[in-house]
Ligand binder design. Sequence first.
Ligand code: CA
Length: 227
Amino acid sequence: MTRVLVVEDDPQLVRALVINMQARGYGVDAAPDGATALRLAAARRPDVVVLDLGLPDMDGTDVIKALRGWTRVPILVLSARRASDEKVAALDAGADDYITKPFSMNELLARLRAAVRRTDSVPLVPGTALVTTDEFTVDLIAKRAGRAGHDVRLTPTEWHLLEILVSNPGRLVTQRQLLQEVWGTSHTNRTNYLRVYVAQLRRKLEPDPSHPRYLITEPGMGYRFEG
Ligand code: CA
């Protein structure tokens, strides 16, 4: 059973989420504040966390940072705030996806399925288990990236994007393919997410992130990995 931890202080929304998730076979724990969320995450080891950013006791971004200290569990952020600074801060802290309130339950459940699926691996092409460039290495079996002898810490979403790109060296992977595979959606308005995450990958992997050599943008089309 897939276990979800719902972190939300609005009891009506919690109730709606719990009913809908349980109806689809998820096991659900709910926490009304950040402290309870951190305690339950450690005790129950959920497969995915749905996290409201506006909590009574602490900022949701701090909950993400605390979780990322010890777990790569997918985190789907809920927020009434539309400010893109908030979104970027949550993504930077290690959130995997972001949905703005009010949202449709069907969309939330689709994102939830995608978040869980994202932790499963993509099929490997033989011979691509270890991808090496002059700057970094990507071990697709151990699921590790390294640079200058050190592990590069990647969030699950960053990892999934990188995994798809390096598994297709020299080939254009379209925005639609990436959105479908990583976020489970082909909504074209989410291409800004791709830009945010590719920029993060470049910061972590490219020698000169503003002039990428390895993670190449094909304007208006998609991205390409050049080994
Ligand atoms: Ca709230």
